[in-house]
Design a protein around this ligand. Structure first.
Ligand code: PLP
Length: 286
């Protein structure tokens, strides 16, 4: 089936959708994005993603091409048109196509580019990997200093995933000044005793929407949460390790740099948080 995608006001077959070669997303990675998961044909944490998008746009002085309500409508329309039950909606906004290449931002009358498409992922909730966990390597975090803005500058995270693959692993956790910042496309956690530990929010990491929801649910379930940075050594000797993201929810990490975490088996806290997050998300999805 040909996918229907959205480009600048139009729903089009993916084969007919076009963006200019002068688009600043293409030339300068001058764009922001969001990925929202779909469960039971409904959007998970949409409000959180819409708010973060607004923040990313503001931080970069980029115009919003649509209101949050309009974006919700487009998300829903695409989910319906593509018959998505479980999957993802990708949204990207760039500073538009001024018709030439110039480092300076274009004039205010250049409209931003808005693109959305769906990815069908049956089995997103019932992902068998959640039962076995994943293996990560550590790599130096050499990204720019505003990781709190969700930009499309994703080359280093891609390189990190390739380094992980080359090492026979699934993902990379990035390390700066001796402490883990985050995964290539996820937030990183360890568990010590009953305490869930994850790096505090700053410009060093993306403020994960799944992170916010999972920490709130953990606190509501009387679990202890400590927001602070941790080292790879500490993670290797932790009782559990896991990550969160909109596309993987809560995912156990069972090996770090070749060292098994807690005997190389997913732990009960990650499993419980995954269950709570998916159950609660289903209830309030839009
Ligand atoms: N950190 C980084 C670097 C990411 O790219 C992502 C998601 O793409 C996350 C964390 C997790 O954020 P969210 O839970 O909003 O998907």
């Amino acid at each position: 089936m040909t996918r229907t995608v959205y480009v600048n006001g139009e729903y089009l077959p993916e084969t007919e959708a076009k963006v200019s070669v002068f688009d600043r997303g293409f030339l300068f990675a001058d764009g922001v994005y969001e990925v929202t998961s779909v469960l039971d044909g409904k959007l998970v944490d949409f409000d959180g993603h819409a708010k973060r998008l607004e923040r990313s746009l503001n931080e970069l002085e980029m115009k919003a091409p649509a209101t949050s309500d309009e974006l919700l409508e487009i998300h829903r329309e695409l989910v319906a048109k593509n018959g998505i039950d479980e999957g993802l909606v990708y949204l990207q906004i760039t500073r538009g196509a001024p018709g030439d290449r110039d480092f300076a931002y274009p004039a205010a009358d250049v409209p931003p580019t808005l693109v959305l498409f769906t990815q069908n992922k049956p089995g997103l909730a019932d992902n068998p990997t959640a039962k076995t966990g994943i293996k990560v390597i550590s790599v130096p975090d050499v990204r720019w200093g505003r990781r709190d803005i969700k930009t499309v500058q994703l080359l280093y995270p891609s390189m990190g995933k390739m380094m992980a693959k080359a090492a026979g692993c699934d993902d990379a956790w990035m390390v700066e000044d001796g402490k883990v910042t985050e995964g290539t496309s996820n937030n990183a956690y360890i568990v010590k005793g009953n305490k869930i530990i994850t790096r505090e929010l700053s410009t060093d990491i993306l403020h994960g929407i799944t992170r916010a929801a999972v920490l709130q649910m953990a606190r509501e379930a009387q679990m202890e949460v400590e927001e602070r940075a941790f080292t790879i050594d500490e993670a290797q000797s932790a009782d559990e390790a896991f990550f969160t993201s909109a596309s993987a929810f809560v995912m156990p990490v069972v090996e770090i740099d070749g060292v098994p975490v807690a005997g190389g088996k997913p732990g009960p806290i990650a499993a419980r948080l995954r269950e709570i997050y998916i159950d609660e998300s289903r209830k309030v999805a839009l």
